[in-house]
Design a protein around this ligand. Sequence first.
Ligand SMILES: Cc1ncc(COP(=O)(O)O)c(C=O)c1O
Length: 256
Amino acid sequence: MEAHPKFVWFDGAVVPWEQANVHVSTATVLRGANVFEGVRAYWNADERELFIFRNDEHMARLRNSAKIMRMAVPWTKDELTRAQVEVLRANAFEGTVWFRLSLYVGEGEDHIWPPEQVPVGGFILPRLAPHLPRITEGVDTCISTWTRIADTSVPPRVKAGANYHNSRLAVMEARTNGFAGQPILLNERGKVSEGPGACFCMIRDGALITPPVTANILESITRATVLELARDALKLKVEEREIDRTELYVADEGFF
Ligand SMILES: Cc1ncc(COP(=O)(O)O)c(C=O)c1O
């Protein structure tokens, strides 16, 4: 598999990967000032086409992230959707793809006000993302000693690039301690929050239980889908409630 895609959508056009660059003096480089979506496009081998998963929900969450960060979005939902299709077609992928749709703050270290004058650029960076064996085989996990970032400081509801320092610290600690899987982070109240890059659910006494959206988690689109399927298709009892650390030890099952 190639290390990078042939084409990237960058500031309004599909360009060769080598040309998709931002300057060292942009706020995205200097301060990690960007918001993004991580989106899957599933390959249908019979139709030989990619299908983007829950585009409307991803577009809505991107707008919410930008709104909280007071970033004006220079493209409409339809323009960004077309851009996604264009860059996926240009790369002629034949397999499931994960892509990052990012909006970034451009030039001007001190240029953070007024919001409508803050320069915002964008890019879509796709890559092939086959299903990994760990999805069916399971993983070992641990409780991180790092606390999940909080709505009062670096809000996890905003999907910002800079949030992932917290995730990186937790993953590095888990790896250092010999765990191959993602760790589970607790929030500042000591309740279960989420993993570094995924929400957490557990099965206990036949119910599917997951922390509420106020537990310092990303408002995950997969989480919403899993809750819907568990409730409507599997007829499981579903609870969105705080989870204590010790409940993890007596759960029947847990998954990200
Ligand atoms: C911190 C975090 N939580 C949860 C998720 C899951 O979000 P979604 O289901 O919308 O992909 C992600 C996805 O990247 C994430 O980074």
